[in-house]
Design a binder for this molecule. Structure first.
Ligand SMILES: [Zn+2]
Length: 371
């Protein structure tokens, strides 16, 4: 994210560094491709500068005190990196500063609440908190939760149609992967909030705290109106499909009878498949797109269109491998295995080529061609 530090480009030890970090005319520092990057390629592998529990999970130790301990333990060079990171969020509110002052006093390191040393420490911790709030990344791993600050990753600017996605493994290492082919010289971007399917005004609110105006193609490009229409369409589809989401597992029940849940019919499954195409048109290729494939696959299973379910599960898995890498795509691998088992079971139970020319099968084949 943006400016305020040296131009050191490499935070990891990997030999493959297809990017450089350099100043942009309007956005501070940014990451740029120094060669053509293939879809799914790992652009950056980086260990964290600082790791600490997320604010919600800070139990005995308030998270800002955990941060203080982590920063104090850094080597001099890492400390310089940390304090060189960009800091653009607002000053802390007075009430919050009072809490921090109290917590610092309770460490027993200061003689009294108004000591100049405590004042100085409060200013230091306040800056640490603001640097954290500007640059921290929530862990994307399914098994781990927490926040981390990654030196190089922090230089990547935001886009609502990002071309890269960062994910963490259980050891908190960050992997940045290309969501689509990236051209030489193109800026490499991520989404700071991953709510890229929201309308423009709502996306703007999501980035308010960073104090910048997004100039991505969906917000400020010649096709911004087209992007907005697609996102309104997505909101409508999401709203319609929401009522079907729990039904495939329930197969009826009082909520279905009351009209609160719906068993997916062919129209719902076709809409779920069409939704995939809307994501593609809107340029949204992150983890939320994997879920659109998964949902469509489950609807097809519940309607007995098992080959279509396999096709869509395969797309879910292929997409997940691009976003998170093959090692972390275990859940879509399982989804695909389950869909294949179901298809085999049906084939054994019946000689009929069930659904071979069904509307859903053809729609799923269309989705495969469009992948
Ligand atoms: Zn934008």
């Amino acid at each position: 994210m943006a400016d305020g530090s040296s131009t050191g480009a490499s935070g990891g030890s990997q030999a493959y560094t297809p990017y450089t970090i350099r100043l942009t005319p309007t956005k501070g520092y940014g990451m740029f491709a120094t060669q053509q990057i293939q879809q799914g390629a790992c652009i950056l592998e980086e260990s964290p500068l600082v790791v600490f529990p997320s604010a919600e999970e800070g139990d005995q130790t308030p998270w800002h005190m955990a941060l203080r301990i982590e920063v104090a333990a850094l080597s001099p060079s890492d400390k310089a990196k940390f304090f060189g990171l960009h800091c653009c969020v607002d000053e802390l509110e007075d009430e919050y500063k009072k809490h921090v002052r109290q917590d610092l006093f309770e460490t027993g390191e200061f003689d009294h609440m108004d000591s100049p040393a405590l004042d100085a420490e409060l200013e230091l911790v306040s800056r640490e908190i603001r640097i954290r709030n500007t640059n921290c990344t929530q862990f994307a791993s399914r098994s781990e939760s927490g926040c981390g600050i990654y030196y190089t990753y922090s230089r990547i600017n935001h886009s609502c149609v990002p071309n890269a996605y960062g994910t963490c493994d259980a050891a908190n290492n960050m992997y940045l992967r290309a969501l689509r082919p990236i051209s030489l010289g193109e800026e490499i971007t991520i989404s700071y909030h991953e709510q890229d399917n929201l309308p423009r005004d709502e996306r703007a609110k999501m980035i308010e705290s960073w104090h910048f105006t997004c100039s991505c193609p969906a917000c400020d490009g010649p096709e911004r109106d087209k992007h907005e229409i697609l996102r309104m369409d997505m909101m409508d589809i999401e709203g319609t499909l929401h009522g079907y989401d729990l039904a495939p597992q329930r197969q009826g029940g009082p909520l279905v009878e009351q009209g609160l849940l719906f068993l997916p019919d062919e129209n719902a499954a076709l809409l779920a498949i069409r939704y995939i195409g809307v994501f593609a048109a809107a340029g949204i290729k992150g983890p939320s797109k994997t879920e659109t494939y998964e949902r469509a696959s489950k609807y097809c299973t519940s309607l007995g269109s098992f080959q279509a379910a396999v096709n869509l599960a395969e797309l879910a898995h292929r997409h997940e491998c691009i976003v998170h890498g093959e090692d972390m795509a275990g859940w879509t691998q399982k989804l695909l295995k389950r869909a294949r088992r179901r298809l085999e079971k049906e084939a054994q139970a019946s000689d009929a080529e069930d659904g071979q020319d069904s509307v859903l099968l053809r729609a799923s084949q269309e989705a495969m061609r469009g992948f």
